[in-house]
Design a protein around this ligand. Sequence first.
Ligand SMILES: [Zn+2]
Length: 780
Amino acid sequence: MDAMIAFFVARLLQLWKIYRRKLFLFLTAVFVIWFVDCLPDRLFDDPTSTVLLDKNGKLLNATIANDGQWRFRPREKVPYKLAVSMIQFEDRQFLSHSGVNFTSLGRAFFQNLSSGRVVSGASTISMQVIRLMEKNPPRTYSQKAYEVFLALRLEMSYSKKEILAMYASNAPFGGNIVGVDAAAWRYFNRSPEKLSWAESATLAVLPNAPGLIHPGRNREALTKKRNRLLKRLYTCGVINKTEYELALIEQIPDRPAALQQKASHLMQRFVSEGKKGQTITSTVDIDLQTKVANELLMHHAYLAKNHIENGAVIVASVKTGEVLAYVGNISSPDVDETYVDCAVAPRSSGSVLKPMLYAKSLEAGIITPKMLLPDVPSKFGNFSPLNYAETYDGYVPANDALARSLNIPFVYLLNNYGLGKFHRNLQQYGFHTINRPSRHYGLSLILGGAEISLENLTNGYTRMAQELSMGKSNGIYLEQNQPLADVSCRTNPAALFEMFEAMTQLKRPGSDRHWELFDSSQKIAWKTGTSFGFRDAWSIAITPEYVVSVWVGNADGEGRPGLTGFQAAAPLLFRVLDQISINGEWFEAPKQEQTSIPICRESGMRANEFCIDQQVISVPKTCVENRSCPYHIPIHVDPSESFRVSDKCMDIFEMNHPVWFVLPPLNAHYYRLHHPNYKDLPPWMEGCAQQSTQASFSIRYPRNDVRISLSRDLKGSTGEIIVEAYARSKSTVLYWHLDNHFLGTTSTFHQMNCSPRQGKHQLTAIDQEGATQTISFEVI
Ligand SMILES: [Zn+2]
């Protein structure tokens, strides 16, 4: 038996002698392969917080990571003070060892051996990176050996700077705070780069004992620990005596504070764009963002009395296209639907697109800035627009129609310019929510028939301001280093210049309100808008430097009386403008695109030979195409100029031929109400009339001077009467007014319902030739 054992031993030894070299080589190869491949490609793959920074790297917003940890994106390098503090506290040989400090590892091994358990770690920062990667496994000798190899391997693939950054990004800092970024913001409310020596030292000692940060407890132990590190920094000569002494008196932080939420809607928007878990550097300026959000909150206190609950404000820089403030809603727990980002919600545009049509019409040469546009009750197919105040001027200069935001002149203008063409223009300026064919909107497009977002609006006007001031446009953008591509100009700069000029003519809100503080000498182009049913109030202001836009309303679409651009949005607009330091500059006139032409002072059109009162004004070159004034014409009158005559009744040499300003009859009817100097044509001399002057219609009911008794319902409202007229011609159209309030038009059957209140009234009917009949009646 012994011989057998001896034989096997001898045989094994023989085999060992033959194969030991090969075995050794094989095992070495296995180890090398393992060693080369032992580190995963990505050492840390944990979910991260979404972090939103302002344009200067200040924290605007942050959300917790998916695993419930406050963990920011890993950083690439550790700021100096923090790096020195961490190395001095954790691993003084860090910069010289190769991942493992064998001297201290040997010392620790014997200490642990003598105590019978693992008491001393002797882990280098590199080994701690491995422990963090391994999610803090139990401390055993085999685990330690494993960490040693991985740390050595780590050092072969990564620089010291990278390894320290990995450690700083993944070390625990108490509670659910991971990494120096989350820690610096939550404990000190600033970025790691801005920390003092005392703060850096506090963070350096924390990963070693994150439990020390519990509020109210262990503060003394933590202070001692920090101070020991500060002393070491002092004795090593890293900080001087003064720095040391000042650092000692700094307070240890309290419990971690909640992170600020300064731009929640912007954050929400980036997340919806797939940027969850990323650190995003936005274009927003945190100081302006805070001021604007506060202004909106204060304005809400005023609006809430009228149950207007939501609002949004955007401020953009014209020069750079950066969005400097983006407040998507009122930030208050008391506000309904505060989560809705009203800056991107599509809402009815009201009148805010009118200036663009004005510019486009100037560019097309169909108007001059002062050309008279019709302002009379009108029907465009089935569309019968009304002016906001339901009054009519007959004719009104184009720039005045814009400043007063009259509806009828602009519907007329859109009809002339071309609905399809303007629809395309809006697409070119990025109004992507206007995505139905133009016929879907019809001419109401210019009165709020389409929906736009506050962001679209800001982008469109910023681009126009950029085109005028820089000759190119890139629109607005929200994320740093991602500006949009330059887009060539879409509108003639001289037309844009006139548009902004006309927009300065809006009357500023009166001094009885709280917005008079705004410097009235600053030239500002601005416009308000109100949607049908008082659901949306808009206002936008443009200077060569900034575009500020405001929307207020209810996110659920509820309309409120008084929810108008002028009353509800403009005060906030001026308060926000007040927060921006505007340098007082104005757009430079694009002289090469302008020309001077004589225009008729009364019609605002190119002067014809009969226009007596002319003025030379600077206009876009395209206005040269504008037709000449058709309203100044020579007429034939008798020598006393009291009657019109014709060659039927007077020799041409006896007549006088004065030039008369003659408007079409219906327009003249309204025009004369606002222009007392407007002179009607003299009546025809008897026997001279070329046409019958007999009225084409007569009012049948009510009769002049009648008293009408109307029944009242329970609420005290009076019933209706049906007014009626008879017209001789089938083509007659009548325009009905009750006490200068427009009732509507009739054709063929001239009957119209109306509900006059108790008291005296005047009923007027006018035909398209301007013939008028007025009767009086009284409701008792
Ligand atoms: Zn004229």
